[in-house]
Write a protein that binds this ligand. Structure first.
Ligand SMILES: [Zn+2]
Length: 310
């Protein structure tokens, strides 16, 4: 599993940072969080294939977070994709997507849209081995944060199972799935006899554009989240502007990271103004990293963050 940062800028792209998009590669699936203009071109420089994108999660309906969807879908059609794609977003996503689909390109696959209410957190996707939750954030339009959560995986004490006479093969899988099996000597073996406490599973949260929301930090802590990708558009000297535009500062994001007690905080959605004058920003990250004792880094385009599946 890995996280690939396709775009780490904010509304205006710069030479170094494209508009927001983050890909999460989990086994065969690619989950895309936001899809700014030019996201498909950014993918060319990575090993993220547009054809493998199964889900797109839109944080909010501002252009810099969705303008890449039309081009991406068009290319998928030209490459004769047949597998469906699922797009999640706040209310009115369907209306916007209908407009995009009117652009005259030919889709060879189904596009399913699911609008997610922004009044309460909820589980929006339940796959066999992972779930995705949404959380209402605070921006100038309805906005959602998302949390990818791998399901806890049962662990089998194989040595004990074999000692109890369980046959090597499908019976081990059946025990793991919670079913009893019959041992070589004809004795019934129950899963409780051979299962160890389940593995924790990996969990990654993404804030979208937002003012700091303490409840989000508490929520992801309750989900035992290990990695938080939080927007930090400005440094604290621009706090007034951050409040006015409903964005977070470096300090805001770090405070949420502390509430959430994550192992790694990754800052993204960096304002275009830091292309030339980024020192204040990095200085603040460095100072607060030491002061608050938090493992924090600033994302860059094409940065890949490998996540060890535990
Ligand atoms: Zn934005």
């Amino acid at each position: 599993m890995k996280i690939v940062f396709l775009g780490t800028g904010s509304s205006i792209p710069t030479k170094k940072r494209n508009q927001p998009s983050i890909a999460l590669k989990y086994r065969g699936d690619v989950l895309l969080f936001d899809c700014g203009e030019g996201t498909q071109r950014q993918m060319i420089y990575t090993d993220i294939s547009p054809m493998k994108v199964k889900y797109i999660f839109i944080s909010h309906l501002h252009g810099d977070h969705i303008l890449g969807i039309s081009g991406l879908l068009q290319s998928m059609g030209l490459n004769k994709r047949t597998t469906p794609i699922y797009i999640y977003g706040p209310p009115e996503t369907e209306e916007i997507m209908k407009c995009i689909m009117k652009l005259g390109f030919h889709t060879t696959f189904d596009v399913y849209i699911q609008e997610v209410p922004t009044d309460k957190p909820q589980c929006v996707l339940d796959e066999e081995s992972y779930q995705v939750y949404s959380y209402p954030m605070k921006h100038s339009v309805p906005t959602l944060g998302y949390i990818f959560k791998e399901k806890k995986k049962p662990q089998l004490d194989i040595k004990r199972a074999i000692d109890l006479g369980v046959k090597i093969g499908p019976d081990l899988r059946r025990l793991k799935e919670g079913y009893p099996v019959i041992s070589r000597s004809g004795k019934k073996i129950y899963p409780e006899e051979v299962l160890l406490p389940p593995k924790r599973g990996i969990s990654v949260a993404y804030s979208g554009d937002t003012l700091p929301v303490k409840g989000f930090g508490e929520f992801i802590r309750s989900l035992d989240c290990k990695i938080l990708i939080h927007e930090a558009t400005f440094d604290s000297t621009k706090r007034e502007h951050a409040i006015e535009t409903m964005h977070s500062t470096v300090e805001d994001a770090i405070n949420i990271g502390c509430v959430a007690k994550v192992e790694k905080l990754i800052l993204t959605h960096i304002s275009a103004r830091y292309e030339e004058e980024g020192e204040d920003y990095l200085k603040e990250v460095e100072t607060l990293r030491k002061e608050k004792d938090i493992d924090v880094i600033v994302a860059e385009d094409f940065m890949e963050y490998p996540v060890k599946i535990v």
